[in-house]
Design a protein around this ligand. Structure first.
Ligand code: ADP
Ligand code: ZN
Length: 219
């Protein structure tokens, strides 16, 4: 099964993707995570994209398409994958369609997680991520038991470089302009499912599960 999680920054795509990995046994492919790993490693790719990401702009299509191809060709993705943060432009979606078509594959569902814009700034500006296990929490709505420490693994919590108010507003603007058109794009292909994203993680996961069926990979 191939799934796309669509939605603005802060909609909870990454959180739901991790739940889906457990349920379906197929990997999450997050271009954002891959790009952040490159920035952290300080390699050529990381140096190229660091400033773009810190400004809240999109990395060029050819760069993320190459990342996707490389990751999707690994053996653990043979039964499918959960795309989180890719595609993000109509160009990326078209290229993804071509790549899948060449292999006789398809997108089964596009899950668009809808959250009102006014909630997103609050969600993102209070968000903290664990350096060790990437678990996320929120300083106000789901504070960690020990300040600055991850509840899951006791790792150090940090604030993403692009989770400051100015960059958040730019990311939301870029989303509206470049990514939101994908709702229409996939709506036409009749694989778009709209998921209200304002409830609890559990409630949203239930909605997603019912939409995709109890679907085991390949089934
Ligand atoms: P969020 O959804 O919270 O904005 P991501 O981790 O998905 O966070 O992405 C962080 C940043 O990485 C984006 O703002 C962008 O600069 C870059 N990025 C991630 N995925 C893509 C993509 N598919 N196309 C272009 N840029 C991307
Ligand atoms: Zn952790």
């Amino acid at each position: 099964m191939n799934l796309i999680l669509l939605g603005p920054p802060g909609a909870g795509k990454g959180t739901q993707a991790k739940r889906l990995v457990q349920r379906l046994g197929i990997p999450q492919i997050s271009t954002g995570d891959m790009l952040r790993a490159a920035v952290k490693a300080g390699n050529a790719l990381g140096q190229r994209v660091k400033g773009i990401m810190e400004g809240g702009e999109l990395v060029p299509d050819d760069v993320v398409i190459a990342l996707f191809k490389e990751r999707a060709s690994q053996p653990d993705a043979r039964e499918g994958f959960i795309l989180d943060g890719f595609p993000r432009t109509v160009g990326q979606a078209q290229e993804l369609g071509k790549i899948l078509e060449e292999e006789g594959g398809q997108i089964d569902h596009v899950l668009s997680i809808d959250v009102p814009v006014e909630n997103l700034v609050t969600r993102l500006s209070g968000r903290r991520t664990c350096r060790a296990c990437q678990a996320m929490c929120h300083v106000e709505t789901s504070p960690p038991r020990r300040p600055g420490r991850c509840d899951q693994c006791d790792g150090e919590l940090y604030q993403r470089a692009d989770d400051n108010e100015e960059t958040i507003r730019e990311r939301l603007r870029v989303y509206k302009q470049q990514t939101e058109p994908l709702i229409t794009y996939y709506g036409k292909e009749e694989i778009l499912r709209r998921i209200p994203g304002s409830g609890s993680v559990e409630e949203i996961f239930k909605t997603i599960s019912s939409v995709i069926g109890n679907g085991k990979a390949g089934g």
